[in-house]
Design a protein around this ligand. Structure first.
Ligand code: FES
Length: 112
């Protein structure tokens, strides 16, 4: 088990949170199970940026992202060097500290 700390986010998690997730677990799914409802407009099919998170600690423990994820992140609001799409992150063996960006660009919503 690793400890995942979520820094406070005004809508999703106003007080911040700390949860325990298993190695091998999908980060976004694990957070949802604990009530941290990060957006996921494309339903985890790696076609949006709404699940964007910034790894304040533990970035290097995660498997490297592929080109598709990198290209998507280039369009994310608030991109940082340690940004990831949370639906593509598999928990490794190190604790994580995560910041949820203040905004997302929800293309799915914009197109309606
Ligand atoms: Fe769309 Fe993660 S939910 S890329």
């Amino acid at each position: 088990m690793v400890t995942v700390t979520i820094l406070p986010h005004h809508e999703i998690c106003p007080q911040g949170a700390t949860v325990e997730l298993k190695t091998g677990e999908n980060l976004l799914e694990g957070l949802h199970e604990h009530g941290i409802k990060i957006e996921h407009a494309c339903d985890m099919s790696k076609a949006c940026t709404t699940c964007h998170v910034i790894m304040r600690e533990g970035f290097d423990s995660l498997e490297e992202m592929d080109d598709v994820e990198g290209d998507l992140l280039d369009r994310a609001w608030g991109l940082e060097p340690n940004s990831r799409l949370s639906c593509q992150c598999i928990i490794a063996d190190k604790d994580l500290i995560i910041e949820i960006p203040k905004y997302t660009l929800n293309h799915a919503k914009e197109n309606h």
